[in-house]
Write a protein that binds this ligand. Sequence first.
Ligand SMILES: [Zn+2]
Length: 176
Amino acid sequence: MLQDDHRFLYRAIDLAKEACQLGNDPFGAVLVLNGVIVHEALDRSVELSDPTYHAESAVIAEYCRSHHLFSLEGYSLYASTEPCVMCSGAIHWARISRVVFSVSQAMLQEITGGRPKPGCSDILNAGHRTIEVVGPLLTEEGLAALVGYSETLSRIERHRKRFSTDYDSASPFDNP
Ligand SMILES: [Zn+2]
């Protein structure tokens, strides 16, 4: 089991590096059923002009939509970094059974600064069901995907550069 956990986490970390190379945030996730990767996703928030397009939410949404599924009970989700509050919500609603992550939210905060954010276990296990949460795991490898992250331009700055969006003059009344 541990060997499999490592293998799937390595893949999630590789996806995180790929996301970074594409100008997105360095996060990746894979969905596993019965020891097999059934879907994988990377953060594409900047690329798709979608601030909610995180790897974990995306891997759930893309897979459920394409397979007409509404519950992922029995599935495991592997994430290069501990899922954020939004993605923990998605994991809860999708009824995923197990979450494994590399870098913790606390470790991420040390890199990015700012106020501490809640870990996913508290959010995931606030309801009736119990979701198994494993991590931090392979943190040296997971942190390698975040090298330079704190020095890169913010998401909004990267988006501005990419799409030449002038946020300062944007008005909600521009479009009828
Ligand atoms: Zn997220």
